[in-house]
Write a protein that binds this ligand. Sequence first.
Ligand SMILES: [Zn+2]
Length: 364
Amino acid sequence: MSVLSAVATAIAATHQLTLTITDSERSVHTLGERTASLEEWAQDFTTYEVGLKGEGGAFIPARFAPCPAARCNGSGRDCGGGRDHRLASNVIEMTALVYDYDGLSADAMARIIDDVRALGLFCFWYTTHGHTPPACCKLRLVFPFSAPMPLRGKRQWSGIAWRELMNALDLPQCDIACSNPDRVYFGPEKPTEDAERPAGVITGKLLDWRPIVGDALERSAAVAVERVEAARPDESKPVDLDRVRARLRRITKPAIAPVLLRRVLADKVPTPPPHRRAAGDLPRREAWKRVTVALANAADPADSSEALLEILRKSYKDEVREALDDNPATPWETIETLLEGARESVATYRAQKHAEEIERPPVS
Ligand SMILES: [Zn+2]
């Protein structure tokens, strides 16, 4: 009996959804597209394969382009290019939004399904292999898009569109790995024929990502293009040091050691001289290294390093004042070199991030 017989709608019969099908999580080169009506997909998503977890096939709610012919997109696992390769950077379109929930109570799962009904959106839902109610329910939701979402790079999904969609639908937080555009999801499977695995289809409007995401993808791509093209340090331009100081004050990541920054911004030496060091106080070079990494992160790419170093100057003078003959201060040149190195790393990292948003030309 068709699951959709009770809920058959014109849209389910006519709307075509394309998903990428793969036989295993590990075979990254075996990808195939399947395009079918929602009615046919409903059949797939509510029909359980019996066997071990992962034996029943899997899907990715996306379409892939092959790796570029000249080179593979996957650093460190080069396929030679020109073939199917399941990598986030090869995703050209997202075709559905998937939520993955693990370890829900039966009540929590029932509430999520009620929440989905209240959204009025078309949704496939099924429980997965390890579903063991009432303590550990495992639920998957698949919302087909009304139209595919073209992507120019992987960060357009993980960094922008996925977050906007999460906020808009406002369902309980699902597995963060769903933000990977190439995430593989096993289909409906169960360990034994008589294992109970509820599944169903909620009818409604197809999820239209366009009013939710708006022009955020185009805007961020434009910014990324600008940043990739722009901005080596411009020594002739004045630097707004108060802006940089304000950003340094906002840094709270323990790895960057906010306590060092507070001392530097108060014109105090970042780390006490050896005879006054307490547990946790860093050696001088390590302290300056962290301070310069923070400064590199807080600066704009065009800021002149010469100007930025002024932020450290008084703190450095404090170090010189505290230094002893047998325990000299860090040479100023070392601090200059540390800052240059840190700015180089930050620039490379940022260029990489921006490039990930615009790996492909715009869709015309
Ligand atoms: Zn490849």
